[in-house]
Design a protein around this ligand. Structure first.
Ligand code: ZN
Ligand code: ZN
Length: 165
């Protein structure tokens, strides 16, 4: 995403606002175990700071996960701050601009991908699934632990007693 900066290039402190609907194909968040739903909107500004042009921006997006405890779908709204500066001269390890345009694409996409959490809970107190019978403990009180006839739990409690003694 290239932004023409001719308007602010010569004036110290001059600002240029921008917004960008980031194409989702530029944002590979599959390692986070989520899908992006709706658009990814970045709004921000470029400021002429003399030797460099500074970008401050914020990305707004919604990601859909499976709750990492109970596996119910959960949508998380995210606001990810983005900062970068672009030097006039090429400097090793820094982003730079070519005089007419600043290309914000890489900084925006990297920051967004790194800013998306790798897991989510439907709520902080989610009780998850029972390891014995698989019911969602948010919805029904599980009876596994009360049923004296369930051999799996008896075996487990026997094992615990052994380890503790
Ligand atoms: Zn949950
Ligand atoms: Zn159970």
């Amino acid at each position: 995403m290239k932004i023409a900066v001719a308007k602010i290039r010569e004036t110290l402190g001059a600002e240029l606002e921008f917004s960008w609907q980031v194409p989702k194909k530029l944002l590979d968040v599959s390692y986070c175990g989520c899908k992006l739903c709706g658009g990814v909107e970045v709004t921000g500004k470029l400021v002429n700071g003399g030797d460099e042009i500074a970008m401050t921006a914020e990305a707004e997006l919604t990601a859909e996960y499976e709750c990492s405890r109970c596996l119910e779908p959960v949508r998380v709204e995210l606001k990810i701050p983005i900062f970068e500066s672009y030097t006039r001269d090429r400097i090793e390890g820094r982003s730079w601009f070519d005089g007419d345009t600043v290309d914000i694409g890489e900084a925006v996409c990297q920051t967004v991908v790194l800013g998306v959490p790798v897991r989510a809970l439907c709520r902080e107190e989610c009780r998850g699934l029972c390891p014995g019978c698989g019911v969602s403990l948010n919805e029904v009180p599980c009876k596994c632990r009360d049923e004296t006839g369930d051999e799996r739990w008896q075996a487990l409690s026997g094992f615990r007693a052994e380890r503790e003694s």
